[in-house]
Design a protein. Sequence first.
Length: 144
Amino acid sequence: MDKEKLKRVEKKIFKLFIILTVLFFLTSLLEYVLFGKSKDSSIELNATIMFTETKFFITNENTFDWTNVEIEINPGIFKGGYKLTVDRVAAGQTYILKTLQFTKRDEIKFNPLKNKPHNILIKCDTSYGKMKYCEEYLRWAEEI
């Protein structure tokens, strides 16, 4: 390989490195802006989530309430999932939510006969700041 080709390859590799570094920084910044950071990083959002074919059972396992709660089934970066917003989820309480309460931006309801819930994202305000919880593998509950 001649020196000129080698210089061009090195230049391309350097540009790629810079682009990836900037993307990493922007992604971190976006996550901070969207989800915030709790005032005390040792405090986490804790939940138990189970579902049947028609209902979700969400238990706030914390000793503090969640407010301005946004729950999203099958969240996605580009398409977005099915969302539901509730004012408050009290500490220690279990909330039963019907799957048809969750909708996409275009008001399409979550249909458990056509779609399966794979994961769920909870974002909320707490006395410790904005927090989030993500459950990757949802558990089936016995029909109640």
